[in-house]
Design a protein around this ligand. Structure first.
Ligand code: SAM
Length: 285
């Protein structure tokens, strides 16, 4: 098969199959072989690795993954791409294409049935409209995966790695850093795709932690506190938490807890570290 990063080859394929790009499905195909190489290097794949790819498109990343991995499961929602993938990656015995919606499919079951005794990794040039839900699904379900290497919108990647006090720091930063060690790999400009997206992209690697970054009595409570704190960003922590319907404590009780934890009454949620959020979640009710 010819190089799938070549715009000429892509044009021939889409012409042959009468394929039309579907904007609603975030279809921006990668046409830059350097970026492709960086994704593959970051993924650190070998024959003992099973990879799940979300949204293979015409198979550019799928092919490169299959060259190194023991097995690749590629989940594509667009029925028009399935016959194309049969042509572009059909000759690889270690690729299985699944026609389904990655947001609806049972990933846990796929991991258990397809990858016994393999290290499991996720790799994708994600359709941007599903970035947050798919990453939350992968992390919150505690799937048995080592790492996630994904191309996402640059702003979203910046939020994932942001530290307390930075303007990008928010609930997404806390949740991602609770479950993983995020690492920026490279920034990717629009001209690396066909068609070109309107925004810059970033390849990010999320190294899944064996244990979450901090110990909490109840994860549900921890996420409630984080959500309430950032739900009303302009408000002080005391006001954001006492306005929230998630907690029973009065404003004064919340003030006392903050004092005990050495958190100023006037502080906002965006100044708190993950450890402080954990302490707060363990103390509040
Ligand atoms: N991997 C290819 C590449 O790098 O050129 C295509 C990437 S393109 C940004 C995103 C792909 O995800 C498209 O092929 C699109 O049809 C597919 N897609 C969109 N929503 C999906 C979903 N919910 N489940 C699975 N695939 C999806």
């Amino acid at each position: 098969m010819d190089k799938l990063t070549s715009p000429k080859v892509i044009k021939e394929i889409i012409h042959k199959y009468g394929f039309r790009f579907n904007k609603n499905l975030g279809q921006n195909f990668l046409i830059d072989s350097n970026v492709l190489e960086k994704i593959i290097d970051a993924a650190e794949i070998n024959e003992g690795t099973g990879v799940i790819e979300i949204g293979p498109g015409i198979g550019v990343l799928t092919q490169a993954l299959a060259e190194k991995a023991g097995k690749v499961i590629a989940i594509e929602v667009d029925a028009h791409l399935i016959p194309i993938l049969k042509e572009t990656v059909g000759e690889y015995g270690n690729i299985k294409i699944i026609h389904d919606d990655a947001l609806k499919i049972n990933l846990k079951q796929i991991i258990n049935s397809e990858f016994p005794n393999m290290n499991v990794k996720i790799a994708a040039n994600l359709p941007y409209y599903i970035t947050t839900p798919i990453i939350m699904e992968l992390l919150e379900k505690r799937l048995n995966i080592d790492s996630i290497v994904v191309m996402i919108q640059k702003e979203v990647a910046e939020r994932m790695v942001a530290e307390p006090g930075e303007k990008e720091y928010g609930a997404l930063s806390v949740v991602v850093q609770y479950f993983t060690r995020p690492q920026l790999i490279t920034t990717v400009p629009p001209h690396c795709f066909m068609p070109q997206p309107k925004v810059d992209s970033t390849v990010i690697k999320l190294n899944v932690r064996k244990q979450p970054a901090v110990a909490v009595a109840s994860e549900e409570q921890f996420f409630k506190v984080v959500k309430a704190a950032f739900g009303q960003r302009r408000k002080t922590l005391v006001n954001a938490l006492s306005n929230s319907t998630s907690f029973k404590m009065s404003k004064d009780e919340i003030k006392q807890i903050l004092k005990k934890l050495n958190i100023q009454e006037t502080q906002r949620g965006e100044t708190l570290s993950i450890m402080q959020f954990a302490e707060l979640a363990n103390a509040i009710s």
